[in-house]
Design a protein around this ligand. Sequence first.
Ligand SMILES: Cc1cc2nc3c(=O)[nH]c(=O)nc-3n(C[C@H](O)[C@H](O)[C@H](O)COP(=O)(O)OP(=O)(O)OC[C@H]3O[C@@H](n4cnc5c(N)ncnc54)[C@H](O)[C@@H]3O)c2cc1C
Length: 279
Amino acid sequence: MKPAPFAYKKARSVDDALSLIASEPEARLLAGGQTLIASLNMRLSAPPLLVDINGIDGLDRIERSNGSVRIGALVRHAQAERDETIARTAPLIARALPHIAHPAIRNRGTVGGSIAYADPAAELPACLLALGGEVIARGPAGERTIPVDDFFKGLFETALAPGEMVTGIRVPAAAETSRFGFAELARRHGDYALVGLAASAAANGRGLRNVRLAFFGVASTAVRTRAAEAALGEGDVESAVAALDLEPADDIHASGAVRKHLAGVLLRRVAAQLMEPRA
Ligand SMILES: Cc1cc2nc3c(=O)[nH]c(=O)nc-3n(C[C@H](O)[C@H](O)[C@H](O)COP(=O)(O)OP(=O)(O)OC[C@H]3O[C@@H](n4cnc5c(N)ncnc54)[C@H](O)[C@@H]3O)c2cc1C
């Protein structure tokens, strides 16, 4: 199918993009286009104006400062996958990236697009949640940072206000004691996950503290399972599995019961990764 007619404007700066989206309440930002263009072609959405942010300088930077790493909204998945700073300071993200779709999609898809789109089965929102990071947004009132625990509100729904855009994300840089785990199950490599788990913790002697478990593909957003986090902090993997308070729905890919069972399988795998000394 072909998309419904739309106007197209290329933003020269973040301010330019913000004023263009302010001029048309139904306008949509165009980043990598990997989701948006497909939804236009299928006529699932018909915005009158697309505001192309691809030419905006500075949004494709990856910078480390003051114990954190800032990843610009226009950083492509493939760019992040090859980036040394991310490999060293945000290894959970580095581990998750190869699971996102296929190379052609990773060449165009952006970090900001993935976070703003908030697909409940996507890897990056779950990594951001597991890392306790934040979203950096700009809008008519200026810049604000939104802690990830407050950002994902529901199915494809975020805390972004009308007229705001994501300019980047920030995550704490990995420390000596940081531990990470990632696993997902998909029918074929590159498909959206049936169930996935991104996790972080700090080594505490032979145990763990500050455990954050972020499951994806099991609810309307990526979700933390706090009772399981507490049990894992006590070193009790089977109690953590028993404490999983997930209630995934049935869909055409798997029943909720299968998904819940797989969540337990992933939790055991990820718990083992968290307990390994870091390479
Ligand atoms: C076949 C296929 C398989 C895929 N598989 C996976 C997968 O396994 N895992 C996964 O995580 N993803 C997957 N994706 C999604 C893809 O990887 C991108 O992450 C996703 O398309 C969003 O990034 P984008 O830059 O393409 O955004 P776009 O398609 O350009 O935009 C998506 C939405 O976000 C909005 N938006 C974009 N940037 C911003 C911004 N900076 N601020 C505010 N709003 C913004 C747009 O207006 C639009 O509503 C898949 C896509 C395809 C086509």
